[in-house]
Design a protein around this ligand. Structure first.
Ligand code: SF4
Length: 311
């Protein structure tokens, strides 16, 4: 069994108290069984505080958000009181894992970093050299033939998306050609309508999407982007993150169309920002990607709706 990660993986550093959109805000925090057992064994005042904040539904224990939508253990300095009181290794599995995601094969695991984390978004988008996958564990893998075929296919898609002799737009067209898929070419209005029809986490996005749905051609025009490399990294990230599961659900076309739709939405939101403010920095683009990722990539319902609608 081999484990692969993108070559930027080991450089990730959580911003902790400096994070503007902490992953401890806006979500309920599931507590895995081992951690729950441990929390139930903690004594004293902190043990009481833990138990008072554990909620249960059917078969899951979780920390419900407080009235401000924050994890009840996120303190005013933006740090985790569980880590401070009990140790860094005493948080629930989901806290320990975030912002990582995993792609599983029969004899291979790929681990990536998700863009709902602002540190990750900046890290990926500011990377200048082409993303490569590196093996961090294992020396042998025995994959099914369809998995081998998929990895060859995906390597070709990466090569197309990382061909810097072409514009990113041309690379995307070429990727679709290579995959024998016709572009659905949604207008900005239709992109926004589809986004607005999905489950939402943060109503802030509605204002942005309302602007997108009324944008004129001029609003969406961006001269050759200085952020071309950032869009390449974004395209590669979406492909890396979302294509593998097509081996299980057979929705390769829907997943590729999702990549194209997602790039189109992010590009148009970036263009709007550029035309409204006269600038577009990596940090601006990272904030748009963070919002997009939190709203879309972390909602299985939204992802399934998009794969089905776009296929
Ligand atoms: S979102 Fe990222 S940087 Fe912010 S607290 Fe979570 S892991 Fe750290």
């Amino acid at each position: 069994m081999k484990t692969f990660v993108p070559d930027y993986y080991n450089d990730f550093k959580c911003l902790a108290g400096d994070c503007k959109h902490s992953c401890c805000i806006g979500w309920e925090i599931d507590i895995d069984a081992d951690t729950l057992e441990y929390y139930n064994s903690v004594e004293g005042d902190f043990g009481k505080r833990l138990k008072n904040n554990i909620s249960h539904n059917e078969d899951t224990a979780f920390f419900a958000m407080d009235s401000c939508g924050r994890c009840p253990f996120l303190n005013e300095k933006g740090l985790c009181d569980i880590m401070l009181n009990l140790g860094f290794d005493k948080v629930s599995q989901i806290c320990d894992d975030h912002p990582r995601f995993r792609n599983f094969y029969s004899d291979r695991t790929e681990i990536g970093l998700g863009m709902s984390c602002e540190a990750v978004a900046v890290q990926i988008l500011s990377k200048q050299d082409k993303m490569q996958l590196v093996c961090i564990d294992g020396d042998e893998e025995l994959l099914w033939p369809e998995e081998e075929d998929f990895l060859d296919f995906r390597a070709d898609v990466f090569d197309i998306l990382q061909n810097r002799h072409m514009s990113v737009q041309d690379r995307i067209e070429k990727m679709l050609d290579y995959c024998n898929i016709e572009s659905i070419n949604l207008t900005a209005q239709k992109q926004a309508q589809l986004f607005l029809s999905l489950e939402r986490l943060d109503p802030v996005r509605d204002k942005l999407l309302a602007e997108l749905s009324q944008a004129t051609e001029k609003d969406l025009y961006m001269q050759d982007s200085k952020l071309e490399t950032a869009f390449e990294q974004l395209a590669v990230y979406f492909v890396f993150r979302h294509l593998t599961e097509s081996l299980d659900d057979d929705r390769l076309a829907g997943r590729l169309q999702f990549v194209v739709w997602a790039l189109g939405v992010v590009y148009n939101l970036c263009a709007l920002h550029y035309n409204r403010t006269g600038r577009l920095t990596i940090d601006d683009m990272a904030e748009i990607c963070r919002m997009f990722s939190a709203e879309i990539e972390y909602s299985p319902d939204n992802m399934n709706t998009l794969f089905d609608t776009l296929e």
